[in-house]
Structure formats: structure tokens, C-alpha cells
Write a new protein. Structure first.
Length: 120
């Protein structure tokens, strides 16, 4: 996180869709007060640029639809779309699906090898 905030890989961006996921998960797991506090901090952070996604919807939909063999959810497709538009070669994520997208490197590095099942 310090490297991300320092700008080591360029401007940190927070797509609207990621913001929505963060708010939803925090609300469900930590409660309303925590969700409100964290979302306020994220929107006020000078180190992170909030990216509204409404104008990106059709391009994101195309990215989502055109990922053969990949399992990018719609939020991940938005991240890839923004990275491509900004010609950013690096995305900060733990998501294996994004790590498999050609032309996108992730930090920290994500092991894309198939994982053994928990039952197995």
C-alpha cells in the first residue's frame, strides 16, 4: 500500500464499481458506520483519483463480453478498461483474472497457477 500511495506505479485510481463493491462488503461485514467512514476517506484521499464509470459502461461491457476463457466480473472488466484507456500497464490487485489479461501486469504479483481445492 505505501508503494501504491507513493505513486511508484503512477496515479492510483478508484473506479466507481470498485468503490461500490467496497461499500457493499463493508456494510455487510462491518456495519454502516465503518462503511460510511471508509467511503468518506476514499473519496477525500488526495492520493487516489475516483473514476466515475457511467461513461465507461459500454466499453466495460465490451471488455466483459470479450474475455474468452477468463472469468472477469464486471468490476474487473471496468478496471481493465480504465487501465487500457490510460495506457497503464500495471494494476494493483490480488485478482487472478486480471493477472491473466494480456498487456496488464499486477502488483503485488499474483500466482496465476490453478489452486488446489479446499476439500482436496
Amino acid at each position: 500500500m505505501p508503494e501504491l500511495i507513493s505513486g511508484k506505479w503512477g496515479q492510483a485510481v478508484l473506479p466507481e464499481y470498485v468503490f461500490l463493491e467496497v461499500a457493499t462488503v463493508l456494510l455487510a461485514r462491518r456495519g454502516r458506520e465503518v462503511a460510511i467512514k471508509v467511503t468518506r476517506i476514499l473519496l477525500q484521499a488526495r492520493e487516489v483519483e475516483f473514476v466515475p464509470c457511467s461513461e465507461l459502461f459500454l466499453d466495460t461491457l465490451e471488455t466483459f463480453r470479450s474475455q474468452p476463457g477468463r472469468k472477469l466480473n464486471f468490476t474487473d472488466a471496468a478496471i481493465v478498461t480504465i487501465a487500457r484507456r490510460r495506457e497503464a500497464a500495471v494494476v494493483a490487485t490480488f485478482d487472478r483474472g486480471i493477472a491473466e489479461v494480456e498487456g496488464i501486469a499486477v502488483v503485488p504479483e499474483v500466482d496465476t497457477a490453478p489452486q488446489p481445492s479446499e476439500s482436496g
